[in-house]
Design a protein around this ligand. Structure first.
Ligand code: PLP
Length: 333
């Protein structure tokens, strides 16, 4: 099922706080749900392809470094395919929901004292030495799976959107989406190509700053990456499409995260909200989208990071005695 939802058409803006910003049409693509991915994150679609190819090639095990979601997806489809999954994650930096998934799916989890970039280097070295298939986005088959999300957008809209807003961490996503749009365009399935608008977190924005970030920091743990593997792919997507790669602060990410949940009923994880935060930021800077069709990609579910949800949202929670009067006193006040 494709869950590409129509929101905000001009003259039909729901929220006073943003009455001043308008896209002709704004769509939210809930990337994880497009394939009914039970992993709750977009990476399922590419894990399926990478692992299918690993099986075909007679691989005995798969391995990835991860900020959490890639490991959850690799572990899930590894379990399904009977391939042992080895995941290396930065210790203390992976959201609880993602860790719980990898554990439940039975992956062997190796926590390193270091960040994602350290973990990724280790995985690259390990897989070059041992007969274990690397399933991070440098595995070319992953991008082949990932690009299908762009096909779905074109199929649904019957053309490419004018703009695509997407979070950027290791930059596999933006690279794959751009590939998908280009291929569909070459096949005549779309008349146009979108401008690719990638957003990094301010404390983890190597592409924006033009150099690796040694100690990346952001609440959006999925994009806490200082030296993206697909850096070149992201630059190509930006430059060939006439788009941008920009950054948003943690405050902007959190504001978008809360707004999406409380006004749209979309509970995505903070990294996902970076796409919408980027849209709000550029609108405030004067980008005119009033005649444009815009898609925001929401990459993963907010349930992955329940600790952040609980700590960053003002709860409307009241404890009462179990009587009707007590409930009425609160509910009707
Ligand atoms: C939820 C979520 N959003 C965004 C990203 C960023 O994608 P990429 O690392 O391909 O840029 C990731 C990557 O793991 C992710 O898990």
């Amino acid at each position: 099922m494709i869950t590409l939802e129509r929101r905000y058409s001009s003259g039909q803006i729901q929220h006073d706080w943003q009455r001043s910003w308008v896209c002709q049409k704004l769509y939210f693509k809930l990337a994880a749900q497009a394939l009914q991915l039970h992993t709750g994150v977009l990476q399922g679609r590419e894990a399926v392809v990478a692992i299918a190819k690993a099986l075909e090639e007679g691989s005995r095990a798969i391995m990835c470094a991860s900020t959490g979601n890639t490991s959850a997806s690799a572990a899930a489809f590894g379990a399904y395919s009977g391939l042992p999954a080895l995941v290396i994650i930065p210790r203390g930096e992976v959201a609880m929901g993602k860790l719980a998934q990898a554990m439940a799916y039975g992956a062997k989890i190796i926590m390193v004292n270091g960040n994602f970039d350290t973990a990724f280097q280790l995985v690259r070295t390990f897989t070059s030495k041992h007969e274990v298939t690397l399933v991070n986005s440098v595995n070319p088959y992953r991008l082949e799976g990932q690009k299908t999300a762009a096909f779905e957008i074109v199929d649904t809209l019957e053309d490419a959107p004018d703009y695509l807003f997407i979070p950027v961490g290791n930059a596999g996503n933006i690279t794959a989406y751009w590939r998908g749009f280009k291929e569909y365009h070459e096949l005549g399935r779309s008349k146009t190509l979108p401008k690719m608008m990638g957003f990094q977190a301010e404390g983890a924005a190597p592409i924006v700053r033009g150099e690796p970030v040694a100690n990346p920091q952001t609440i959006a743990s999925a994009i806490r990456i200082g030296n993206p593997a697909s850096w070149k792919g992201a630059l190509d997507a930006r430059d060939s499409s006439g788009g941008t790669i920009d950054m948003v602060s943690d405050d902007e990410i959190l504001e978008a995260y809360r707004l999406l949940a409380s006004h749209e009923g979309i509970f995505c994880e903070p990294a996902s909200a970076a796409s919408f935060a980027g849209l709000v930021k550029l609108h405030k800077q004067g980008l005119d989208l009033s005649e444009k069709r815009v898609v925001c990609i929401f990459t993963g579910s907010g349930l992955k990071d329940p600790d952040l949800a609980v700590s960053s949202v003002t709860p409307h929670t009241v404890v009462v005695e179990p009587t009707l009067e007590a409930v009425e006193a609160v509910a009707l006040s």
